[in-house]
Design a binder for this molecule. Structure first.
Ligand SMILES: [Zn+2]
Length: 343
């Protein structure tokens, strides 16, 4: 049998203040036993929860996290620590459930009522906590109020108002606000060397750095420039809408419509409020030339069509037909306006 080793999770730079408070309060025995960590998506809540639970369970914790080599750290690395219970919606066959079920909540109650197997602390993480439905939330109320001795319960959410008030009132709220642009850029830049791209990613991720990095690898982000070029080509009549639709048929439909929405949303904003900066900062010139010929009505109407297509994709089984009509609509609307301007 090999010994599992891996570098334990560390807090992100923008979590340092919260990390230090957590450690201090824990050290002073004043940390509330139920903590609600609320932060936007892409702020690294899960990593903070991993880092802090590892630190609490570790035998020789350091200021920046768990040691990585004690028995507890080895069990964590192997995914078999008996005193950590990480609860998330389970998958059922191909589908991932959206709720933490009452059976899972009951397992938390059981876990919290036993004593630690390694004679240390026990940690429960509920991620995301807004996945608790009414039955599972109710099953947890008493445990949140009085968990067993040396038990810490971490609830993670990006929708604190999606939790029952009875849950929220039993937890200490730990809000994690967006980092300053400078802090976020310092973290992002070594991974995204192009400064303009890094800035665009952060803008599109609304300032959440982990989301910004994930976005870089998404199909829709990578396709933006090319899609914008084809939108412009169709609007100028240099390419037929159906040729464009065919050209784009290989891309995942939802990813493609996400790119449409994001680009058109930006174009509408630039048209209505030119003083604001473009979220797609690296495409400003391309967006500008499209705006040179299209009216606010055309852009708004097309944005609406893209939003509607996105909705249809959730219910309809023929994504290609939805995308074709989106391209046809774009061709019709932009050409019509173009002719009006010309005539
Ligand atoms: Zn350790």
């Amino acid at each position: 049998m090999t010994t599992a080793t891996s570098t334990p999770a560390r807090p992100y730079p923008w979590q340092q203040g919260l990390w230090d408070s957590l450690r201090r309060l824990f050290g002073e025995g004043r940390l509330p036993h139920a903590l609600l960590l609320a932060a936007a998506d892409g702020m690294g809540k899960q990593q903070l929860a991993r880092a802090f639970s590892a630190w609490v369970l570790c035998r020789e914790p350091g200021p920046q996290g768990a040691c990585g080599h004690c028995k507890s750290c080895q069990l964590l690395a192997a995914g078999s620590h008996p005193d950590l219970l990480w609860v998330s919606p389970e998958s059922e066959g191909e589908k991932v459930s959206k709720v933490i079920k009452v059976e899972q909540a009951r397992a938390v109650v059981d876990f919290a009522s036993q004593s630690a197997q390694l004679q240390g602390w026990r940690v429960v993480v509920l991620s995301p906590a807004h996945a608790l439905n009414t039955a599972s939330a109710n099953a947890l109320l008493k445990t949140l109020e009085e968990p067993g001795r040396d038990t810490l319960i971490l609830l993670l959410t990006d929708q604190p108002m999606g939790l029952l008030a009875t849950i929220r009132s039993r937890c200490q709220l730990l809000p994690l606000s967006l980092p300053d642009l400078e802090v976020a850029m310092d973290w992002l830049r070594p991974q995204v060397p192009d400064a303009r791209e890094a800035q665009t990613l952060l803008q599109l991720a609304r300032g959440a750095p982990v989301a910004a990095l994930a976005l870089r690898d998404s199909a829709w982000f990578q396709a933006r420039r090319e899609l914008l070029a084809d939108l412009a080509a169709v609007s100028r009549g240099e390419q037929t809408p159906l040729a464009a639709a065919t050209r784009w048929s290989k891309m995942d439909a939802i990813e493609q419509v996400t790119a449409w929405q994001s680009l058109l949303d930006d174009a509408v904003q630039l048209r209505m409020a030119p003083e604001l900066t473009s979220r797609h900062g690296d495409l400003q010139a391309e967006l500008g030339s499209l705006l040179g010929v299209l009216s606010a009505e055309t852009l708004l109407d097309s944005l609406w069509q893209a939003v509607e297509s996105r909705r249809l994709l959730d219910t309809n089984v023929q994504p290609q037909a939805i995308l074709e009509s989106l391209w046809l609509h774009w061709g019709r609307e932009t050409r019509k306006r173009g002719q009006q301007h010309a005539g």
